[in-house]
Ligand binder design. Structure first.
Ligand SMILES: NC(=O)c1ccc[n+]([C@@H]2O[C@H](COP(=O)([O-])OP(=O)(O)OC[C@H]3O[C@@H](n4cnc5c(N)ncnc54)[C@H](OP(=O)(O)O)[C@@H]3O)[C@@H](O)[C@H]2O)c1
Length: 347
């Protein structure tokens, strides 16, 4: 059994979900894949740093993490990352800190440091792929390590690995998608008769919308995802700010209800297409016909319609996003590293 040492940079909702999933899958990973993942470092911003070369006890960590207590006596110092990676003999950095809205930092620096220190990097954080994909991909290639980010778009639904592993020699012409669960849920609730504020309160009550739902409502989260997909798949160098973006805040609930009744529902549609002037990318509410595959995504579901030169319309979707579905995206990247070590392609 080959053991990989993991460095969890961030131990919030997703870090804890990954820790639980690793425990759940441990026997299967050992028996079917001949691999084990041992967490040797965990970093939080305010709750300390835990290091343990023999592998930290996941039960103890989860207990402390869920209780909101300290996980270790040492405090986090961003400048100490390279040393901590060495001290914990980390093979893979798992970057799961909050997304830096304006620049993608500090996650970009963290991933750069990990790659330069000889570790692979996987992340659920959209910032690095939306702002610095090319730089980090090239760096990973130069140092013979991998930089993977399946969980950044549609949680664990395989989108980046689908293109990487299952679409050889296909050229991506563009895509249309519903990528933000919260806004899709809000639109679905408005279709049933709620006004906007009621829909937001209801989404917050069931844990779908953040306390501050603006990143979703204004289309920022979707713009990050469009930039990430276009950068990885279409050779774009977009930032989220360069995506032509309109959120759902201006939608009139009565118009949303009427649109659904008339069979042309609203969706917050994400698009990217090649044009003579480069890649055009947008996020905006659009009315679409019921027979459009995007119309099938109701509530928190997501759907992606991919156009390639060899397959004119490939559709993939996901339902019931949760911390576990995101953790699965990270786990699939960890396994890609474990299974693919030795052959180089970065995504
Ligand atoms: N939640 C989801 O469903 C979901 C889905 C897809 C992608 N993601 C992405 O996954 C990432 C993690 O999300 P999450 O929900 O787990 O976030 P979270 O619950 O807020 O946890 C963030 C963790 O990072 C630590 N942290 C915050 N700022 C830091 C900094 N500057 N340096 C080092 N550590 C720092 C926090 O420590 P303290 O607790 O001590 O502050 C906490 O342990 C985000 O980028 C998010 O966009 C999340």
């Amino acid at each position: 059994v080959k053991t990989y040492h993991l460095f969890l940079l961030g131990f919030g909702t997703i870090g804890r979900a990954l820790s639980r999933l690793l425990q759940e899958k441990q026997p299967l990973l050992r028996d079917a894949y001949d691999v084990a993942f041992s967490v040797t470092a965990v970093v939080t911003r305010r709750h300390g740093v835990a290091l343990g070369l023999g592998g930290l006890d996941p039960v103890e960590l989860l207990r402390a993490g869920e209780a909101g207590g300290k996980i270790g006596k040492r405090m986090w110092e961003p400048a100490a990352l390279a040393n901590l990676l060495k001290e914990s003999a980390a093979d893979i950095l798992v970057e799961i800190t909050p997304t830096g809205r304006m620049t993608g930092e500090p996650a970009i620096t963290n991933i750069r440091t990990a790659l330069q220190s000889g570790a692979h990097a996987v992340t659920a954080n959209k910032g690095p792929v939306a702002f610095a994909y090319r730089e980090l991909r090239d760096l990973a290639e130069r140092v013979g390590r991998r930089f993977l980010f399946e969980a950044t778009v549609m949680d664990g639904t395989p989108v980046f690995s689908l293109q990487r592993e299952a679409l050889p020699a296909a050229r991506i012409a563009g895509f249309r998608a519903v990528l933000n669960s919260t806004t899709n849920y809000l639109i679905t609730q408005m279709e049933t008769g709620m006004d906007f504020e009621e829909a937001v309160q209801q989404a917050q009550a069931v844990g779908i919308a953040e306390t501050d739902p603006l990143a979703d409502v204004d289309g920022w989260d979707a713009a990050f995802k469009v930039a990430a997909l276009a950068n990885v798949w279409m050779g774009a160098t977009l930032t989220p700010q360069a995506v032509d973006r309109t959120g759902i805040g201006g939608l009139d609930p009565a118009a949303v209800r009427r649109a659904r009744a008339e069979g042309r529902p609203y969706k917050l549609v994400c698009r990217a297409a090649r044009t003579p002037d480069g890649i055009a990318a947008s996020v905006r509410p659009e009315q679409i016909p019921l027979e459009d595959p995007l119309a099938a995504a109701r509530g928190t579901a997501t759907v992606l319609y991919l156009e390639t030169d060899t397959l004119p319309g490939l559709i993939i979707g996901g339902t019931e996003p949760s911390p576990k579905t995101t953790a699965y995206g990270l786990l699939s990247d960890l396994l890609s590293i474990a299974r693919g070590e030795g052959y180089p392609p970065n995504s």
